[in-house]
Ligand binder design. Structure first.
Ligand SMILES: [Zn+2]
Length: 360
């Protein structure tokens, strides 16, 4: 009985050893033949070990189908190569033979669906921009290829719709956006809109006739004015909420004086003035002379801490549609103000990326 068990164990051992040997030999054989096939179509020993190291077996089949191509080795050697994206690199590369391999890698790595757009260094740098929005890519490329602008500027400019031309399209401002409501040369408030929570700024906080502001914004403004005072900076409102009708009169007066084209550069059309939102304030001195004063510098450096942004900054005229206004501050809340300040963007750019993009 004991002997029978021993024989059975020995037999089983021999059979399993035999099976193991068979499978081992077989797998070795497959490996050898892939090696040979790759070498046969022209890859060097070094290439083959790179391919086997960086490409899955499905990927190797794709390479065998394509045949010898030096650029495939360039793709695999790239420092940004991601093994999981191999098929995407190949698909995009096959459509863009002759393009820069680094651009191809960067564009595929972005993860955006760009297979129908030709590879270019402009596209490769656009996708790396923080505020890149894939829906806008055709307009980025169209604008960027025809204008001397860096990728960050192209993205900001197009996201803001400025490439379409100011006042070329007209949308209702979305009041549900609260403190972030956008009022500019594309988004306008209705004729009868007056915020329901306006309060008056008085005493040391005001020296102007239009002294009303929405409650939260007014309270933040007073807090900011108090803080500035501790730094010996005296700030006060000159003009905050202005009604639609007020803007009608103002705008018509400017047209009469300077003509429509000039008036559009510094004054908003009725409904398109942010002052109707009750969320902004012109402080101290509504004049270019305010630039560079201690008060203007303090505001520029500190307003974001209280939820305010310099609404029409220097160098962003082509995005906001307004010349630099060192006195015009807009309340957006502390969270948004910090992003806008730190990333050096406008409300237009913030709105396009953080509000509009996520709403569709
Ligand atoms: Zn203003």
């Amino acid at each position: 009985m004991k002997r029978n068990v021993l024989i059975m164990v020995i037999v089983l051992l021999i059979v399993s050893l035999g099976l193991a040997f068979f499978f081992f030999r077989n797998s070795d054989k497959t490996e050898v033949s892939i090696n040979d096939k790759l070498k046969e179509i022209g890859y060097s020993d070094k290439d083959v070990s790179l391919i086997l190291d960086k490409v899955s077996s499905d990927g190797v089949d794709e390479i065998l189908n394509i045949g010898y191509d030096e650029s495939l080795i360039d793709i695999l050697s790239s420092s940004n190569y991601d093994e999981n994206k191999f098929s995407d690199y190949i698909e995009y590369y096959m459509k863009n033979k002759g393009a820069n391999i680094k651009d191809i890698i960067d564009i595929v790595n972005s993860g955006f669906d760009l297979f129908n757009y030709p590879a270019s260094s402009l596209l490769a740098s656009l996708v790396k921009e923080k505020y890149y929005i894939n829906d806008n890519v055709a307009r980025y490329l169209d604008y960027g290829n025809n204008h001397d602008m860096n990728p960050k500027e192209i993205v900001g400019f197009v996201n803001s719709k400025a490439d379409l031309g100011f006042y070329s399209e007209s949308y209702d401002s979305n009041l549900d956006d609260g403190n972030l409501v956008l009022v500019n040369k594309f988004y306008h408030l209705k004729e009868d809109y007056t915020p329901s929570d306006l309060i008056s700024l008085g005493g040391q906080y005001n020296k102007g006739a239009n002294n009303k502001m929405r409650k939260e914004a007014a309270e933040a403004l007073m807090k900011m004015i108090d803080a500035a005072r501790l730094d010996n900076i005296i700030l006060y409102n000159m003009s905050a909420f202005r009604s639609y009708d007020y803007q009608v009169n103002l705008y018509n007066r400017y047209i009469k004086r300077d003509g429509k084209e000039a008036a559009d550069k510094y004054s908003a059309r009725p409904g398109y003035s942010e002052h109707q939102s009750g969320l902004c304030s012109d402080l101290n001195e509504v004049s270019d002379a305010f630039e560079g004063t201690d008060e203007a510098i303090w505001l520029k450096d500190n307003a974001y801490k209280y939820g305010f942004i310099l609404r029409f900054p220097k160098g962003k005229e082509n995005i906001t549609g307004y010349k630099y206004e060192p006195w015009h501050y807009r309340y957006v809340g502390i969270e948004a103000a910090k992003v806008i300040y730190e990333d050096d963007i406008t409300l237009e750019e913030y709105y396009a990326y953080y509000i509009e993009k996520n709403s569709d």
